[in-house]
Write a protein of this length. Structure first.
Length: 595
């Protein structure tokens, strides 16, 4: 051991003499001559001295400080040469990284792949005017159509690999599924997966865009779901829920997708919860409120103004002339969630201007002057405004299902209060009704409409009410009675409720952060229940949002976009994961300059 220590000491001393004595330096564990840049085969002092004396004897004339200065100059020259060789590689790496970043931006903003050429032309013009010395550097940026296509494919593949790695650790996961037809009449099934790991990390990603060439029966949808789960090696028994829209192929009781999934999970020994999208159900409730004749009259009046170009121009000019709050009336669009409420509200606030305009035109369509009709419009404005507020609360991609259902329960309690107040003649929470001449005999009718609306909520949200016990155990674990939970969790729940440290944390943290503090060893059933609840989708909002992205990309101008490229674009656009561009750049065997 002493000999080894002495040998290492001698070697370090030997290295310190390379530059000064023999004009050598160490590069990548090799001794390289500073004079001729050659390396010796075997790292021994004899070899270095022999090389120097036989090939560079003339340098023996340098002595002392002059010899050290000469060695330093040669070393600086060698490093400068190495830097100039490495610099093009670094520039090309940066150009490739920039190519990936710009390609991702092109995909996320719905531009065509050929936009890369336009971006490069813009950069070339800017560089030539602002910093012409860097024109050659920017010319290495690769943004041709084929390059952008490959970049988007690479990044999409990387995101899917990341999601596959995360999905292997899911303790529970659920699905959100929705189907729609694109511009080329291809049926596209979106399958989102939200999974929760043992550490309570939530991962929500677009797992598949399945193109259905033939029929879109429940069997076809079920087969597509099976392919996606197989692709990510997800087992059926870990599935905790499925949320769909209201299409018969999705929610059919005998052979709908949700039913087939439930049966499959039951065969594997698991249990799955079925939910009809809470946003869809809220909209169906909103349509059942009544007074449809009032809405039809308003739409007819608006169409009378907007359907003729001259009339529309004159009406807009009138609004501008009187400096009105709005510059136009809105068309009613059935497919847009908030459309009806916004149309009614704007019509009500412009009703006097609209009435004067139509009177001056002298047409058949006029704004009714009946006080009862105006009163009905005001009531519809107020109640649809409340429904729109509820809809906005339910929108979002990462809501916990218990929080969403809390909004619905709160709205139903508000309806009870409004019914009682209207029956007593109190219109405190109806600002539009307060603006018109109130026809008091209409108030009991309005109270009846609200009671019918409340019953509609009760009937449509049965699937959520059936899970009320599970939701309470998750959201209020310290208040729920042990008698109301299953036998296997009762003892554990009592221990849990008596844990004062956890109770303090529950008061201070949100639900997700709180359950990360719960010990899996002490409370395995409660922890597992929390994982299941956190994995559930309350709505298909994220599917609807992705369909909007799909329609933006696969439009009439891009009808030939392939299904695989559409999936790549959607993956990049809606993914929470970010592609590992550094890894993708390093993985390139050869870096090409754009032509």
């Amino acid at each position: 051991m002493e000999r080894n220590r002495q040998w290492h000491t001698d070697k370090r001393h030997f290295k310190n003499t390379w530059e000064d004595e023999y004009f050598f330096t160490e590069i990548n564990s090799k001794a390289v001559c500073l004079i001729c840049n050659q390396s010796v085969a075997v790292l021994k002092e004899y070899n270095l001295r022999h090389h120097f004396e036989t090939k560079h004897a003339a340098f023996s004339r340098f002595k002392g400080e002059e010899r050290k200065k000469k060695s330093s100059d040669l070393l600086a020259k060698l490093r400068s040469q190495q830097g100039s060789l490495a610099r093009p590689s670094l520039i090309q790496d940066s150009a490739t990284r920039a190519s990936y970043e710009i390609s991702a931006l092109i995909a996320k903003t719905g531009r065509s792949f050929s936009t890369g050429d336009f971006v490069k032309d813009c950069l070339s013009i800017a560089v030539s005017l602002m910093c012409p010395s860097q024109a050659r550097t920017f010319a290495q940026l690769s943004l041709s159509r084929n390059t952008v296509t490959r970049r988007i494919e690479d990044m999409s593949r990387d995101i899917k690999e990341q999601f596959k790695a995360k999905s292997s650790g899911f303790a529970a996961f659920s699905l959100a599924c929705d189907e729609s037809t694109d511009i080329s009449d291809s049926a596209q099934l979106l399958i989102f997966i939200r999974g929760v790991s043992d550490s309570m990390e939530i991962t929500q990603e677009l797992a598949g865009v399945e193109t259905l060439r033939g029929t879109t029966k429940s069997e076809d949808l079920f087969a597509a779901v099976g392919r996606v789960l197989e692709k990510y090696n997800l087992s059926w028994e870990k599935m905790s829920g499925i949320t769909t829209d209201g299409a018969p192929a999705m929610i059919g009781k005998k052979a709908g997708l949700a039913t087939l999934v439930t049966q499959k999970v039951a065969q594997c020994g698991g249990k799955v919860a079925q939910y009809h999208c809470i946003l869809h159900q809220e909209q169906l409730c909103a349509k059942s409120i009544g007074l449809g004749n009032v809405v039809r009259d308003v739409i007819k009046i608006i169409n009378c103004i907007r359907s003729k170009a001259l009339s529309h121009r004159q009406f807009r000019a009138l609004l501008e002339e009187i400096d009105a709050q709005y510059s136009d009336v809105l068309y009613h669009q059935e497919v847009r969630w908030l459309s009806r409420g916004k149309v009614l509200k704007r019509f009500f606030e412009l009703r006097r201007v609209i009435a004067e305009f139509l009177t001056s035109k002298g047409g058949d369509t006029q704004v009714p002057s009946d006080e009862k009709w105006i009163c009905d419009v005001a009531f519809m404005v107020d109640i649809t405004d409340m429904l729109n507020a509820l809809n906005v609360q339910l929108q979002g991609k990462e809501h916990i299902i218990t929080e969403m259902f809390d909004h619905v329960k709160a709205f139903q309690m508000k309806l009870d209060l409004l019914c009682r107040q209207l029956s007593a003649g109190n219109v405190a929470h109806f600002p539009s009704l307060r603006e018109v001449t109130l026809v008091r005999e209409k108030l009991p009718e309005y109270a009846g409409l609200l009671r019918n609306l409340n019953r509609e909520f009760d009937q449509r949200f049965v699937d959520f009410k059936d899970s009320a016990g599970d939701m309470e155990l998750f959201s209020q674990p310290f208040n729920i009675s042990p008698d109301s939970v299953s036998d296997q969790i009762q003892m554990e729940l009592i221990e849990f409720q008596c844990d004062s440290e956890l109770k303090n944390k529950f008061m201070a943290l949100n639900l997700k952060d709180f359950y990360t503090q719960v010990s899996l060893q002490r409370y395995p059933h409660i922890k597992k229940h929390a994982q299941v609840m956190l994995s559930l989708f309350g709505s298909t909002y994220i599917c609807e949002q992705t369909f909007s992205v799909m329609n933006l990309n696969k439009s009439k101008l891009r009808g030939t976009l392939t299904d695989s490229h559409l999936e790549d674009i959607l993956t990049l656009s809606v993914s929470q994961l970010q592609p590992n561009i550094e890894k993708l750049v390093k993985g390139k065997d050869q870096l090409h300059v754009s032509h």
